[in-house]
Ligand binder design. Structure first.
Ligand code: ADP
Ligand code: MG
Length: 683
């Protein structure tokens, strides 16, 4: 057997210098190397005659040299020209600055060349071709892999190294999937698949190899997630909350009637809470679907059963807003809520920590500040995290450690296509609020270019004169917080001085002190501010029903899911609301994305489209899910394989939940490795 942990520098053709370059690509071991998969292939195996060649196409030709190389010099540059021919035509092969080629060709000898064809009038050229003497297949005559990012390694060198590596491992790799799965799904062996993915003999072979590797990767992930879930459900005993205090008690005092979806979800939560198993539930609901009310009901039940609850939100603004809502509803019921964010005074903080420890505080609402080590509860029974996608897996587990297996409810407004929810949150049960409170008006969305600026400004003016308020979101600045800040301030100045001098314009950004942010939000809520210019800090959760306009500058820079979140800040009251997407550029993709936003308000449709238009890499990147990174699988393209892997994983777990059977031994090892890594926050 080969040692896959072997340092790449010992692979034939590598050595210390190239090893350093490989390290930059994340390749440290033989294993890393052979799982560095090609991003594409070039078929250099099917020759065409010069007559058949098409202008502009990369083509393989088989030709005889009919001259020596002629070199011309112009300035510092040189050009090498070789006359070639086959039985159908004459042509020229042309290179630039390749002086060493001079002695490479002999008149009358046959060569294979692969390169771009330039065919104008009667003249045929092949530009900077790679070549082999006829009969050799180093650069031509086969399908060659193209690798992603090679830094200072050329494709040729990396390919050669890969050839050596594959030669070393081929036939010696131990199988990673059980025999019965290979048979049942007619999958190629690991040896065959590994060789073929790098060096397919026919282009369609690679697909078979790739499918196996993708299937394997997704299967292992699914198994790990299911195992985690199974473990949670069956091993961890949680709190059994009292069935004397029903959630229905608090529902009566709400100023509105809960939607059917909210009621259904609350029933699911209540069942979980009353059962001895530990609740681990994801609540998904589009922006404005009323998740806060659900969190409040759950916290009520926990407190009435004699436990404390913690609500964690990603921003101070949101935490403060939650506190206000909770206080409004719960203080009359003698439930004590407190706020813990990093901005509060030391004295206040100490007081809170003290009260928390001796149980005087029933519900703690806060930001990441609640994760700090000195935050101790008397008896934490329920953990709610709002806008889950802003927190990592690790933070989720840190907060639960502050209690004795408290029930966990995580909430997110980022709609995730169902199949992917399993990948992202396979360890959680899922509840979905698929209904908005009644009488919500569709937010009218317009995508506009700079030309419309004045009309938009007039439109905003008209709405504000009618008593409404507006949000304006700044362009996303990539070069970090400081530039972000600059762009907010500049934009606010422009709006205040040049466009809307008659109104109160203020700005908000992530670097402000929490107290400052809260003051501004409070003023906005009380309508002391007409127009709020902001970075995406207002993206999540903020609720000001009187504001009905959301303007997003440079909307093309945002992902659809994020635009949807931002748009969700309006349309929360009785007024018709508007979202104006200012965009630049007219690529088809940009226009398509803007159209999706104008066409629908449905977060699920938007997230599917987002995935389709951007591919899964970006989708997850911007959503900061702490998601597993896949070596070969692409969650969008490989959706059918993902579905299959999900079914197979479920079958295996039903039969052998601990993967103890001999036939599953191979799976057990890999799955356990994955679970170990999960402990550190990745999968
Ligand atoms: P999100 O799910 O985005 O967190 P919120 O919980 O902030 O949504 O609720 C959005 C708004 O809808 C709030 O003003 C809330 O009071 C209101 N709301 C929630 N549930 C209902 C309901 N069943 N009927 C009417 N209004 C509701
Ligand atoms: Mg919310």
């Amino acid at each position: 057997m080969v040692d896959l942990k072997k340092d790449v520098k010992y692979i034939k053709g590598v050595g210390p210098n190239r090893a350093e370059l490989l390290n930059k690509l994340g390749i440290f071991t033989l294993q890393d190397l052979i799982t560095y998969y090609p991003r594409a292939y070039e078929d250099r195996s099917k020759p065409k005659t010069l007559f058949e060649c098409i202008d502009g196409e990369e083509t393989l030709i088989e030709v005889v040299a009919t001259s020596r190389i002629v070199e011309t010099r112009f300035g510092k540059k040189t050009m090498q020209k070789l006359m070639i021919s086959d039985e159908t035509a004459n042509a020229e092969a042309v290179w630039f600055n390749q002086t060493y080629l001079k002695s490479k060709f002999s008149i009358g000898k046959k060569y294979r060349m692969y390169g771009k064809i330039d065919k104008k009038y009667r003249k045929i050229q092949i530009l900077s071709p790679v070549f082999d003497e006829y009969g050799y297949t180093q650069n031509t005559g086969r399908i060659v892999p193209l690798y992603p990012l090679t830094y200072n390694l050329s494709q040729n060198i990396l390919r050669k190294i890969m050839e050596n590596a594959i030669e070393e491992v081929y036939g010696n790799l131990s199988e990673t999937l059980p025999e019965y799965i290979l048979k049942k799904y007619s999958l190629p062996s690991i040896n065959k698949a590994t060789k073929t993915i790098h060096f397919p003999e026919e282009l369609q072979d690679f697909q078979i190899a790739r499918n196996r590797l993708v299937f394997e990767e997704l299967l292992m992930t699914q198994l790990a997630l299911l195992k985690l879930k199974y473990h949670d459900m069956h091993q961890i005993k949680g709190i059994t909350f009292s069935n004397k205090h029903k959630i229905s008690e608090i529902i009566k005092i709400f100023p509105f009637k809960l939607t059917n979806a909210q009621m259904r979800v609350l029933q699911e939560i209540e069942n979980d809470m009353e059962s001895p198993k530990m609740m681990n539930r994801l609540l998904q609901g589009d922006v404005g679907s009323g998740k806060t009310a659900v969190a409040m009901c759950s916290a009520y039940k926990a407190v009435k059963s004699g436990y404390q609850a913690v609500i964690m939100a990603p921003t101070a603004i949101l935490a403060t807003q939650h506190l206000e809502n909770f206080k409004k509803m719960l203080s009359s019921l003698d439930i004590n809520c407190e706020l813990l964010i990093s901005g509060i005074t030391k004295k206040k903080k100490e007081e809170i920590l003290q009260k928390l420890k001796n149980g005087e505080i029933d519900i703690l609402i806060g930001t990441h500040a609640v994760l700090e080590d000195n935050v101790e509860f008397k008896n934490l029974g329920l953990v709610v995290t709002d806008e889950q996608h802003r927190f990592g897996v690790r933070q989720r587990s840190k907060i639960t450690k502050k209690g004795q297996n408290p029930d966990v409810l995580v909430m997110t407004a980022t709609p995730i296509p169902r199949t992917l929810a399993l990948i992202l949150y396979g360890d959680l049960d899922i509840s979905i609020i698929d209904e908005l409170p009644p009488n919500r008006k569709k937010i009218e969305t317009f995508a506009v270019t700079k030309r419309m600026q004045e009309r938009i400004d007039n439109f905003i003016r008209k709405q504000i004169n009618e008593g409404r308020q507006a949000y304006i979101v700044c362009p996303l600045v990539e070069e970090g917080e400081d530039n972000n800040l600059k762009s907010v301030i500049e934009l606010a100045e422009k709006y205040q001085k040049e466009i809307f001098p008659e109104y109160c314009v203020t700005y908000l950004h992530g670097k402000m002190k929490p107290k400052e942010k809260d003051d501004i939000m409070l003023k906005f809520k009380n309508h002391e501010i007409d127009i709020l210019i902001s970075t995406t800090v207002i993206e999540v959760g903020v609720d000001v029903p009187n504001s009905n306009i959301m303007v997003i500058e440079d909307a093309q820079r945002f992902g659809l899911a994020q635009l949807h979140q931002l748009r969700g800040r309006v349309g929360r009251g009785e007024y018709q609301s508007y979202c104006i997407l200012k965009y630049e550029g007219n690529s088809e993709n940009i226009r398509k994305r803007m159209k999706v936003m104008c066409d629908t308000n449905d977060g699920f449709i938007i997230s599917e489209k987002d995935l389709e238009l951007r591919g899964s890499g970006d989708f997850f990147g911007t959503m900061q899910h702490g998601l597993p990174e896949f070596k070969i699988a692409n969650l969008f393209e490989d959706m059918p394989i993902l579905k299959k892997a999900q079914i197979v994983a479920q079958e295996i777990m039903n039969k052998d939940p601990d993967l103890k059977l001999l036939e599953n031994k191979l799976l057990q090892r890999v799955v356990n490795q994955k679970l170990e890594r999960l402990g550190t926050g990745t999968l």
